[in-house]
Design a protein around this ligand. Structure first.
Ligand code: 2HA
Ligand code: ZN
Length: 279
């Protein structure tokens, strides 16, 4: 089947349009990658250029050997993807060693995969292992309110998780494993990729201080939904802080009750006492 008619491509384009409209992807900000299923690869195989030459990823992702990824392009604008997919996104294949990739479709006119390819692939690698192959999407967005909070809250995943859980009752159900936080680092390289992947062992969302957020999930919809939920919660927190701060909130025992009814496990490390608890 024509690659542009494939469902995964249509879903990918819809998510990029939605994310642009959310205001998370100014200029060339942010990047998204999707690990194709074997069936999808089989359906498009005749349109893939396997003759392309391999280039180093910059990190090793052994368990992604021979996997195919739909990736956004380096320097490309997310808002332009729906207008011209084959120039702005491409499909890359990882080699047998997990150290190199080649472009097998798209990224026309000598475009390159996203500058954050090391962070994406290392996070895919961790998630493929941790979820037995269930997770297929990594989405990096410059979500405005999440970024704003990294100038105000301590750069501590326990604090971000708890504060964002408190801002909307659905949050502990949507991200029961909490959120990791990486201190400010130079983007685009192996170091930030390693720090991000380490936190992906435990969380489906990792915030990059003063930069943005990385989310992982099984489908494009779920990844977008996770990011949207976190960003909405961050927006509420920004408003609450701007109005002078919390006067009342959801308490640790409320979260414990929620966990029972919604059948999620909430780590007690997030349910610490705060000044407001007994207010
Ligand atoms: O593509 O978002 O982190 C630009 C970025 C780098
Ligand atoms: Zn970025």
């Amino acid at each position: 089947m024509n690659i542009l008619d494939m469902k995964f491509m249509k879903n990918f384009i819809k998510i990029t349009e939605d994310a642009w409209l959310k205001g998370w992807h100014e200029r060339n900000g942010g990047n998204i990658t999707y690990r194709l299923t074997e069936e999808e690869v089989n359906e498009i195989r005749e349109d893939l250029n396997e003759e392309a030459s391999f280039q180093p990823i910059g990190v090793t992702v052994a368990n992604l050997a021979n996997e195919y990824f739909l990736v956004t392009g380096s320097g490309k604008f997310i808002r332009n993807i729906s207008l011209n997919p084959s120039e702005n996104v491409g499909i890359v294949k990882v080699d047998e060693s997990g150290e190199n990739y080649k472009i097998v479709w798209g990224l026309e006119n000598n475009a390159r995969p996203t500058s954050e390819l090391p962070s994406h692939l290392m996070s895919h690698s961790v998630k493929k292992e941790k979820t037995n192959g269930l997770h297929r999407v990594i989405m990096h967005s410059h979500a405005t309110n999440v970024i704003a909070l990294t100038f105000v809250l301590p750069l501590d995943g326990k604090v971000f998780t708890r504060e964002l859980w408190e801002m909307a009752t659905e949050c502990p159900v949507v991200f029961p494993d909490g959120i990791g936080v990486v201190d400010w680092m130079v983007p685009g390289g192996a170091d930030i990729a390693r720090e991000t992947a380490k936190l992906m062992e435990e969380h489906n969302a990792v915030i990059w201080a003063h930069h943005g957020i990385f989310c992982s999930e099984a489908t494009l919809d779920l990844t977008f939904g996770l990011l949207d939920t976190i960003e909405k919660s961050a927006e509420i927190l920004v408003k609450v802080l701007s109005m002078g701060g919390k006067r009342q909130t959801i308490k640790p025992d409320n979260f414990r009750d929620l966990a029972v009814d919604f059948k999620v496990e909430l780590d007690e490390k997030y349910l610490y006492e705060t000044d407001l608890v007994n207010a």
